[in-house]
Write a protein that binds this ligand. Structure first.
Ligand code: BGC
Length: 803
């Protein structure tokens, strides 16, 4: 069942009913000011850091879910309604939510009045602007009372929901015409404030939440709204809000546009005040002046649309598969940009108060956006590498505001260093910018420790080589990519975090997955060394790759698939010898991509993967699921069977299998798996899948789960980047390389070809792929041997590939 449809021409997903199985959200903003917005107008805003600079309040785990957020009330006679259904909950005569790229539109109608609310964060401004167009289509005059309301967060989202003995005393606002300024803590050390304003004279306001709502009432039925009035309350402590009221009379056929603006301002310490305890509003005034008129708003929206058009035109496909095209051309790339902006911080599952930027997560995300924003990717790589330690190990996370390693979580995730090699090589192949390797980059952010980035890569590689266990395989440390396979933790304390509990370093537990990674990225590092003339180093690294590859063949192959690991007692995990968890997905993906055991092992591993782990929605993490908790396995066995790492389809690693299929040239296998969880392909199962049909989720409950097929943790997942890599570089086969663009599609039999357009190092390559007898590559009319289009200085290049 569907709850809407894709409008590909507008690059929008159009939701046609408010009661989606879960809030279906969108992201606004691209630099400092960000907002999350659901299909009923819920969500919140923050500036740069969702924990430390939360602007509006949101209650995770609220009942009802997704209440609050942007509250608009339209009072018409006895009826009170909201354009996006919530918070008033009055049944609408018409409802539509159109989530577009960086904006959302809500179209509601009731009793002959229509309301079109467009919400966006214009580029280059720290402000969310909400354009509300009211139209009277009833044929008679309407006297409406309109409210726009927002609830302030007291900045630090954790304190805001914990430290009430202080919180209820500090709230402060200023009111100036139609603008409410939120200035809690500005009198002391903060130099930022927020404001909510409307571009028309207001007929009343409230700034104290409890006065506005009244006792025993929630957002669906504020007392002020019920009485069609405002109390003029001025917040002193408690919960400050901004509730603006306007009386709007519309003659038959008349319409009226209002612009509500939610902004964030920082002032330098010496310019904080205009008078004693009166905030300096100069910047706010300028920001408001920039969005006083509908024309200004429309121009900003047009600029945003054209930004996205240009960005997404860097890679496009036209094929017989409409759903493939919409994933590749629009939604998958959009989600990659969201993961660039948010990492794993703020979604409806990630509270914005927990993890900062993950080392491995950020490196992998980069694989999905490096072609879109290469300059920012460069900066990101240096930020990431700067939290590495001198021995090649690294902090697992860092905070986006401080860019410092997060000591609470610490280090010891032994896959982390190799992801730095993966993303740096990807960056150089995309841009040709070898100079990044010379960039002075510190260890643990300590001034004076800077070495060229290349040295960081070298230490990443050597960390794996020098940390091996009894079978010659890499030691797993606290965990590898699978955060929940904790072979050295042995935690028996209730509630203890598996990520941070004291680690019993056995010196024995080994990871076949890291071995696969090392073979793949070790080879890439060796190729890079060759490319920059370090041939001896390249040979040494290849020798280590050979050793680890042999260790996998001897100790990591279980007969029909790759084993997962060895535990602290040197027992195999992911083997027929185990009662549960006999096979895991990760090593099948990485060892096959790395070419270990060649196509023969590859095909056998993939056949076992499909047979034992395959379901309708993709490939499960492991099989059979663990039915009991085992301290020697850790968190993975803490989940009920079929959930999360214990046997769900963890969408992040499914593309590894898609790429593994491409490695053994099985286009049908690759495409079949791709379509099983690509959101557009399962849109009509939305009542089962439940999360948004236009973005990937992290996990889909597996066959053993009580809710098989139900997805969770939408948006902020490495699935976005890896799915884009799998489809663009694997199935469609367009791969940047140091000296050219490789075109090597691995299409299913059902596709006869496709047209691709790729901007690469300043040249637009228009590529036609078709099937035919005269196989080969023709570049600008000339036959080229092999599958690599050589670099050219010309701005465009026509390519024909017959497969
Ligand atoms: C984490 C990843 C991890 C994955 C599998 C995600 O929640 O962000 O770093 O690789 O889970 O455990």
């Amino acid at each position: 069942m569907k709850y809407g449809y894709f409008d590909d021409a507008a690059k929008e997903y159009v939701i046609t009913r408010a009661d989606t199985p879960l809030p279906w959200i969108n992201y606004l903003g691209s630099d400092g000011f960000f907002s999350l917005i659901s299909n009923t107008c819920g969500g919140y805003s923050f500036y740069k850091d969702a924990k430390l600079r939360r602007i509006t309040r949101f209650r995770y785990n609220n009942v009802p879910h997704d209440d609050g957020g942007r509250c608009f009330y339209i009072c018409d006679g006895d009826t009170v309604w909201s354009p996006a259904f919530l918070p008033a909950k009055t049944a609408l005569d018409a409802y539509r939510c159109r989530h577009g790229l960086g904006y959302s539109v809500f179209e509601g109608a009731k009793n002959g009045v229509s309301a079109a609310l467009t919400v966006t964060v214009p580029m280059h401004t720290d402000m969310e602007v909400q354009k509300l167009v009211l139209k009277n289509e009833s044929g008679e005059t309407k006297a409406l009372t309109v409210y726009g309301v927002t609830e302030w967060c007291l900045w630090n989202a954790v304190d805001d929901s914990t430290n009430f003995q202080r919180n209820w005393n500090i709230g402060e606002v200023e009111i100036e015409g139609g603008t409410v300024y939120h200035k809690t803590e500005y009198r002391e050390r903060r130099n930022h404030y927020a404001f909510y304003s409307v571009n028309a004279p207001v007929d009343g306001f409230d700034t104290d939440r409890d006065t506005f709502l009244g006792r025993f009432r929630g957002w669906s039925e504020p007392q002020a709204v019920e009485l069609r009035t405002s109390f003029g309350s001025v917040a002193a402590g408690w919960a400050p809000i901004a509730a603006l009221r306007l009386n709007v009379t519309l003659a038959a056929g008349e319409s009226r546009t209002l612009l509500f603006r939610l902004g964030y301002v920082e002032n330098p310490p010496e310019k904080k005040f205009a008078a004693l305890n009166v905030i300096n509003k100069e910047k706010a005034h300028a920001m408001l002046a920039a969005f006083e008129t509908e024309a200004q708003f429309d121009a900003a929206l047009a600029e945003l649309r054209s930004y996205w058009e240009t960005l997404l035109s860097r890679f496009t496909v036209q094929s017989s598969e409409e759903k493939l095209d919409r994933m590749v051309n629009i939604w998958n790339q959009y989600q990659c940009m969201v993961t660039f902006n948010m990492s794993r911080s703020a979604s409806y599952y990630e509270s914005g108060t927990g993890r900062g930027m993950g080392f491995r997560d950020s490196c992998q995300d980069l694989l999905g956006f490096v072609h879109l924003i290469p300059e920012r990717a460069r900066e990101r790589i240096i930020d990431i590498a700067s939290i590495q330690f001198a021995d090649g190990s690294t902090y697992h996370q860092y905070q986006p505001l401080t860019k410092r390693g997060n000591a609470d979580v610490g280090s010891g995730f032994n896959d982390d260093p190799l992801w730095l090699v993966a993303c740096t090589c990807a960056y150089i192949r995309e841009t040709g910018d070898f100079s990044i390797l010379d960039e002075p980059t510190p260890f643990n952010n300590e001034t004076g420790t800077e070495v060229p980035l290349l040295e960081h890569l070298r230490r990443s590689v050597s960390y794996t080589v020098t940390h091996r266990g009894p079978h010659g395989l890499p030691l797993i440390g606290r965990a590898d990519w699978n955060d929940c396979l904790n072979l050295n933790c042995f935690s028996l304390t209730p509630g203890e975090s598996f990520q941070t509990c004291s680690n019993f370093e056995s010196g024995k537990a080994e990871s076949v997955f890291i071995a696969g990674m090392f073979v793949k990225y070790g080879k890439e590092y060796a190729a890079l060394c060759d490319r920059i003339g370090l041939h001896t180093e390249a040979d040494e690294v290849r020798a280590s790759v050979g050793e680890i590859e042999r260790a996998v063949l001897i100790h990591g192959w279980d007969g029909e698939w790759f084993r997962r690991a060895y535990d602290a007692f040197e027992r195999p995990i992911g083997s027929r010898k185990n009662a549960e968890g006999q096979i895991y997905i990760e090593p099948q993906g990485f060892c096959v991509m790395a070419g270990i055991g060649g196509a023969d092992y590859g095909r056998r591993a993939l056949a076992s993967t499909e047979k034992l782990l395959g379901n309708e929605f993709g490939i499960e993490v492991l099989h059979p699921c663990y039915t009991e908790y085992h301290d020697y396995l850790g968190e993975i066995s803490s989940y009920p069977p079929g959930y999360k790492e214990n046997g769900s389809v963890f969408c992040h690693n499914n593309p590894w299998i898609t790429l593994a299929y491409c490695t053994v040239k099985d286009g049908n296998g690759a495409f079949d798996l791709y379509t099983r969880n690509a959101p557009a392909y399962i849109e009509d199962k939305s009542e089962i899948h439940r999360t948004e049909p236009y973005c990937y989720s992290q996990t889909i409950a597996g066959r053993d789960a009580k809710t098989y097929g139900e997805a969770k943790n939408a948006w902020l997942t490495g699935t976005a980047a890896w799915s884009f890599v799998a489809v663009s570089q694997g199935i469609l086969g367009v791969r940047p390389d140091y000296d050219g663009l490789i075109v090597d599609p691995c299409l299913p039999d059902s596709m006869d070809g496709c047209r691709l357009s790729r901007l690469f190092r300043g040249t637009r390559y228009d590529i036609t792929v078709r099937r035919g007898a005269n196989k080969g590559l023709v570049v600008d009319g000339k036959a080229v041997s092999g599958n690599c289009i050589p670099l050219t200085s010309s701005p465009s290049c026509l390519v024909e590939l017959t497969i």
